[in-house]
Structures are given as structure tokens and as C-alpha cells.
Design a protein around this ligand. Structure first.
Ligand code: G16
Ligand code: MG
Length: 220
């Protein structure tokens, strides 16, 4: 029995969410916009363009196209500086264990991320070869909550959406998985991710039994 296992990157495999936060806060403050962790929650899983649009809207700021592009580049440079310092120690707890288990029972594994930096990050933390399929922000046109990124991942794994299971830390990503008709597993807070089919605090709470049961059941 086969399922397609799709993992989000930021906030699921690695905690790059904190680097996005630092880079966006610096950028927002530089244009005079306050930026809280609650606001940051709304940027999780959201594309770079839409993230900046939201920040500017919070500050009632309108900019020329050129300045907009310049600010996006500045945020990314800042973010990349954090990424370049990453190594395997930044892989979140028990991620490697779960990936290894799925590999050992021959399940296809995909990455489904909004980030254009996904491949760089996977290489930095030495997980690039753990994924059979990678779909990221360089491959899709529509950002989460649109299901495009996950549907593409399913297609590349040659799996039907109904056979796929998505691990997500963001509200927009859980919505994308649900819209795609996939099983959604929230990684993070139950209060935030209440739309997910299952929610776990992190991978240390996800047992081998649970993973094996996913293979047996038609949960959706
Ligand atoms: C990630 C983050 C978002 C970020 C987006 C684009 O998605 O959660 O906060 O804005 O990628 O990233 P970049 O600016 O690197 O292209 P995911 O889907 O991996 O959680
Ligand atoms: Mg994420």
C-alpha cells in the first residue's frame, strides 16, 4: 500500500520561520511598520510577494514597482545570510527519524514549499537526497492556500491527491492541503491549525504506528 508523503519546509523540516521573521521585521521597521509575532503568523507559508504586500498594507504604504522589488531583494539578502549559516543541527526533532522510516517502507516522499530558497536550504542541512520529488516556489505560480504546489507534488510522485498526506505548520498550507483533498497533518499549535485533520506539536509526537496506520486507512 502506497501513499504520497508531502512535507512543507519552513516550520516543518527546519525552523527557518524564525529567520523569515527576523528579516521581515527588519524590513518592516525600516519602512516604519511595526511587526509582531502575531502578524508573522499570517506570513507563514505565504509567498514573498504577498508577504510584502501584507506588510505594506499594515502600514498603509504605497510604493513604486521598483521600490517594491528592491525591498523584496533586500529582505531575501538578509534571509539568505541566515540560511548560509545553517547546518544539520537545525533540522527539527525527529524529522530524520520519520523520513528514514518512510524510506524504509518505500513510500514516496516530496517537498512542497512556497520558498524559492528551498533547494539551497535542503542542501545546507544535508537532506536534499531524502526527497524523491521537490516542488518549491520556483515551480509554482499560485501561492498557498492555492493547492497548486501540493497537486504538482502528487503528480510528480504519480499519486492521486486522495492518496497524499501533507505535513504543514501554516494555516494557509493546511487550507491548501484540504482543498487538494489530501490528508492534512498540522505540525504546531492545535489552536492555530484547527482546520487540519490531525495536529501534532512536532514530529516527536508522531509515532511509527500512526504513520503505518495512515497507510492502511482511507482516512478521507
Ligand atoms: C515559506 C515560508 C514563508 C515564505 C515563503 C517564501 O514557505 O513559510 O514565510 O514567505 O516560503 O519564501 P522565500 O522568500 O524563501 O521564497 P513554506 O511553504 O516552506 O513554509
Ligand atoms: Mg511552512
Amino acid at each position: 500500500n502506497k501513499k504520497g508523503f508531502i512535507f512543507d519546509l519552513d516550520g516543518v523540516i527546519v525552523d527557518t520561520a524564525k529567520y523569515h521573521f527576523l528579516a521581515w521585521r527588519k524590513l518592516a521597521n525600516s519602512v516604519g511598520v511595526d511587526f509582531t509575532e502575531e502578524q508573522n503568523e499570517q506570513l507563514k507559508g505565504v509567498s514573498r510577494v504577498e508577504s510584502l504586500e501584507k506588510i505594506l498594507a499594515w502600514g498603509n504604504i504605497e510604493l513604486s514597482e521598483d521600490t517594491f522589488m528592491e525591498l523584496m531583494a533586500r529582505k531575501n539578502d538578509d534571509y539568505i545570510n541566515h540560511v548560509y549559516q545553517m547546518d544539520e543541527s537545525e533540522i527539527l526533532p525527529d524529522v530524520v527519524k520519520v523520513l528514514a522510516h518512510l524510506q524504509s517502507i518505500n513510500q514516496p516522499i516530496a517537498l512542497g514549499s512556497a520558498s524559492q530558497n528551498a533547494r539551497t536550504i535542503l542542501k545546507k542541512v544535508n537532506l536534499y537526497d531524502s526527497f524523491d520529488v521537490i516542488v518549491d516556489g520556483t515551480n509554482v505560480t499560485k501561492a498557498k492556500p492555492d493547492p497548486e504546489v501540493f497537486l504538482r507534488a502528487a503528480e510528480s510522485m504519480e499519486m492521486e491527491p486522495e492518496q497524499c498526506i501533507v505535513f504543514e505548520d501554516s494555516v494557509s498550507g493546511v487550507k491548501a492541503a484540504n482543498t487538494a483533498n489530501m490528508i492534512s497533518i498540522g505540525v504546531g499549535s492545535k489552536a492555530v491549525l484547527h482546520e487540519a485533520d490531525y495536529v501534532f506539536k512536532d514530529f516527536t509526537e508522531i509515532s511509527v504506528d500512526f504513520l503505518n496506520n495512515l497507510l492502511k486507512n482511507e482516512v478521507k
